[in-house]
Design a protein around this ligand. Structure first.
Ligand SMILES: [Fe+2]
Length: 493
């Protein structure tokens, strides 16, 4: 059968699928790689092996999982890129065609694969208890070999993890080393069951709490404090009827309130307290803290649907004005009887898709900094060399200082766009924010990708080094940094 991506409007130019795997020994570098960067930066996203079955699909999130690794050692970097060998990828390869249908809708799959694990494992990565996992919130984690990126298969934590799904955003408590994770739609598609787990630093499930969410919606991330876990619903809703009708899993319903459930970490479902607010999308959570009787959550928040590829439930057009996020603070007063919360905009800067990152050694505890990409339309863009993308690319990384209200910026240059950033501490025990901010940049003029490395405390000075790849990388969703203390990383060959 002929392979053609001509029916996929997203598969153009820089964003066309790459469809190859790669190894580069000792990458070309501009500048100087800091010698204290020792570990692996993993990144994951989508790269369609075969074109989507339907042109109206939510293509970006439905493509095959593809993981990349930049391995840092002795001021050098090696690169490796591999597809995640999901059951779905292997079935498509065997059939030499796309067997799977619309985003998270099994009823649209080829009958021959209706009972197969259909996850694409394309969203995020986490390392915990010496294992590396590729995550997508519709299935169990897929374990990868941290050195070779070979796929080891789905992992259910020795049978003790009994949700069918696992979040893309587990949180690791820096005090105990426990991983706090959950699955929504835990009993299967269009169920409102949420199962919450604590997995200790050895990888054993030590606690499980089950609750029912007020609505069936995308619950992509959580806020973790030392005392509470904060769950929020979004306007992305689904139903058994919707799935039976063969539609993409989610539609955005502007009429649905935002519910926020606060669960004491030592409590049970009966201790969950629900709050109710207006239409909001807090897809990613920067961080959260419990301060006395108050729970404080900081997150990029938009007033409506942030993703143009998920339709509005009422058929109205996508509204870009409501899609833009700003970094906001939600404060929940547990001593009040009210079921609402206070919202405060911390920084007026629009932060686009809201791919926020913290110095993750400070998850759940008092902290100061947030890192995020954003678009600065006032920065130059060379349309002659980079194409007609002025004002539309993520051209800056910001460091938000929540203590002073100051924002510092890194600018990628006039032909580039940035994917999610990753903070790396300079060394174990370094103060919060003391380290490097790294991330993949798309060089539109040269049609190839670069990994930029900047000093997180000196973003205005530009990058310290750029790792230059001789090809385009697939689009990234999230990344993850791990050292030899986190994962059994072998010596670089
Ligand atoms: Fe995410």
């Amino acid at each position: 059968m002929t392979v053609s991506f001509s029916n996929d409007p997203t598969a153009k130019g820089f964003f066309a699928p790459t469809r190859f795997e790669a190894d580069i020994f000792d990458c070309e570098v501009e500048g100087q790689i800091p010698r204290d960067l020792n570990g692996a930066f993993y990144r994951i996203g989508w790269d369609w092996l075969y074109p989507p079955k339907y042109t109206d699909d939510a293509a970006p999130f439905n493509g095959d999982g593809y993981v990349g690794m930049f391995r840092f050692q002795d001021a050098s970097v090696d690169y490796k890129g591999r597809y995640v060998r999901t059951d779905r990828y292997l079935a498509d390869r065997k059939a030499r065609k796309q067997l799977f249908g619309r985003y998270r809708n099994r009823s649209t799959d080829d009958p021959s694969v209706r009972n197969l694990n259909r996850t694409v494992a394309n969203t995020a990565l986490v390392s915990h208890a010496g294992r590396l996992f590729a995550l997508k919130e519709d299935a169990l984690p897929i374990e990868l070999d941290p050195d070779t990126l070979a796929t080891r298969g789905a992992w259910n934590f020795g049978g003790k993890y009994d949700s069918r799904t696992f979040t893309a955003h587990p949180k690791i408590d820096p005090v105990t080393g426990d991983m706090i994770c959950y699955g929504y739609e835990a009993m299967g598609d269009a169920t409102n069951d949420v199962f919450v787990f604590v997995i200790d630093k050895k990888g054993n499930v030590t606690r499980e709490v089950r609750f029912k969410a007020p609505i069936i919606s995308m619950m992509h991330d959580i806020g973790l404090t030392q005392k509470h876990i904060v769950f929020n619903t979004t306007g992305f809703v689904t139903s058994a009827d919707r799935l039976a009708a063969g539609k993409v899993h989610w539609a955005w319903d502007s009429k649905v309130p935002t519910y926020v459930g606060i669960l004491p970490r030592d409590g049970d479902a009966k201790d969950m307290r629900w709050f109710k607010g207006p239409e909001r999308a807090a897809i990613h959570i920067l961080n959260a803290n419990t301060r006395g009787n108050k729970v404080v959550v900081e997150a990029p928040v938009s007033d409506g649907n942030p993703f143009p590829f998920f339709a509005q439930a009422d058929g109205s057009p996508f509204n870009p004005q409501k899609a833009g996020a700003t970094l906001r603070r939600w404060t929940f007063d547990l001593s009040s009887k009210k079921d609402t919360w206070e919202e405060e905009v911390l920084f007026p800067q629009a932060v686009g898709g809201g791919l926020t990152r913290a110095d993750e050694r400070f998850w759940s505890v008092p902290y100061r900094y947030g890192f995020m990409g954003y678009t600065d339309p006032a920065r130059p863009f060379d349309e002659a060399r980079g194409g007609n993308l002025r004002g539309r690319v993520t051209n800056c990384y910001a460091r938000f200082d929540l203590a002073t209200g100051k924002m510092n910026s890194y600018f990628v240059g006039d032909v580039g766009a940035l994917q999610e950033c990753q903070f790396i501490p300079r060394r174990k025990g370094a103060p919060e924010g003391d380290g490097y901010l790294i991330g993949v940049a798309s060089n539109y003029a040269e049609m190839r990708s670069e990994l930029i490395i900047a000093d997180a405390m000196r973003l205005e000075e530009g990058d310290i080094a750029r790792v230059k790849l001789p090809f385009r990388l697939n689009s990234q969703v999230h990344g993850w940094w791990a050292t030899a203390d986190d994962l059994p990383l072998g010596p670089v060959a």
